[in-house]
Structure formats: structure tokens, C-alpha cells
Design a protein around this ligand. Sequence first.
Ligand code: GLP
Length: 246
Amino acid sequence: MKIIRTSNYDEMSKMAAQILEEDIINNPQITLGLATGSTPTGLYSELIKKYNEGKISFEKIKTVNLDEYVGISPDNKQSYNYFMKENLFNKIDIKEENTYIPNGLVENLEQECQRYNEIINDMPNRVQLLGIGSNGHIGFNEPADSFQEGTNVVDLKQSTIKDNSKKYFDGDENSIPKKAISMGIDQIMSADKIVLIASGKNKSKAIYDAICEDVSPNCPASIIKQHPNVTIIVDEEAAQLLPKDI
Ligand code: GLP
């Protein structure tokens, strides 16, 4: 496990963008496993910049997103589908048919999970980008008694409802969906490489637990230390509880 400490959010974003740039240049047909939330927006801006400068192309790239809320349409501004278009896809040369995100509006959620499982199984050479929830969730895999396998429907924890409604639903806990579809932990772990980014002091406990505590489904992110190729990029605030020698 490689841990990179950066001084602030911008540096974290630039560092992550540099890693993905190298991966894209080394393999222009790579699959990018993508994340949403406030953490990766700076990284996506950096990737757009690199695309505009002609350094990278997404023409042959496929993307597979981690998750989506249940019950809101892809056109809804609060959907992760919309987020990805606004923050990345509409600003680069990726082909729409090469971008995959669960559809939270389907009637049969089980079938949608199955469809997504098949999509992920079909995607070799994946670099998986992750953020982290303040409770240690990755994707929408919430703390639980066991690690979730396969794409699954999740009941969001109250802490996640609170965190995410503050950022994206005007603080209205009633309007945020209470369920989501998420890539499973085994599917995250099946990526060839994992890059996790974290910024801010509200992530410091989750980062400490993920890196320093034993692997446990109570902190889903803790499992990534079992992956053979993982890089964690943290800013100073997210790293504030880590021992100095890490
Ligand atoms: C969301 C997403 C995660 C994301 C996390 C952190 O719930 N499902 O993929 O990593 O929460 O979000 P943020 O980056 O906004 O703190």
C-alpha cells in the first residue's frame, strides 16, 4: 500500500490526475472505475485540462461508476448520472456508450444489479478510483457485519444521509433517497489497481481506521489494504490522525 500525503485538496487532485494520466497513456483502452462526491471534482477538472491540452484522450476508454441512488432518474440533477456528465463526460471525448452507471430508476432492482455485475465482469484492466465516506464506506458499501458481494441494493446509514444531504440536497434529509445501488466490495477489489483519495478533517477518522486498524466490514475501506496495488492520496487534514511515519 502506497500512501501519498499532500498539503491540500488541489495537490491531492493533481497527484491523482497525474497517476490516472500515466495509466491512460500506458493503456489508452483502460477501464476507469469512477467515483462521485465532492472529493473527485478537482481531479476531474485536472483530467479535463489534460484532455484540452491534448495530453490524453478518452476515445477508447470505458468507465464504470461505483453507484447510483435508487428512485431518481438519470436526468435528475442530484443523480450520479447527471453528476458524471456535468463534471467529466460532457467535457471530454468519451463515447457515451462506453460509460456505465447503474440505473436507479428501474422497476426491477435485482435485475439491474445482475446487469451491472455482467458489465463489471466484462471489463478487464480496471483502475478503480475511490472516495471514502466519513463512516468508512466505499462506493455505497456501508459499515455492516460482512463485506457486500456483487452489485447490491444498500440501505444508506443515517450518517451518510446526513453527510450527503448537507452537500447535495440542501440539507433536506427527507428528499435524499434512502437506498442506492452499489458495486460490491469484491468487485472493487477485483480491479487491477485502486486509487483512493481523501480530503478534509471529517475523513481523518475513516482514513485512520482504513489504514491503521484491522480489516473489518465495520470500516469497509479497511479491506483495500489487502489489495496488491493500492495508492491512497490524502491531504494534510485527512491525514491528521495518522502516525507521522506513515
Ligand atoms: C458518497 C459516494 C462515495 C463517495 C463518498 C464521499 O456517498 N457514494 O462514492 O466516495 O460518499 O463523498 P464526498 O467525496 O462528497 O465526501
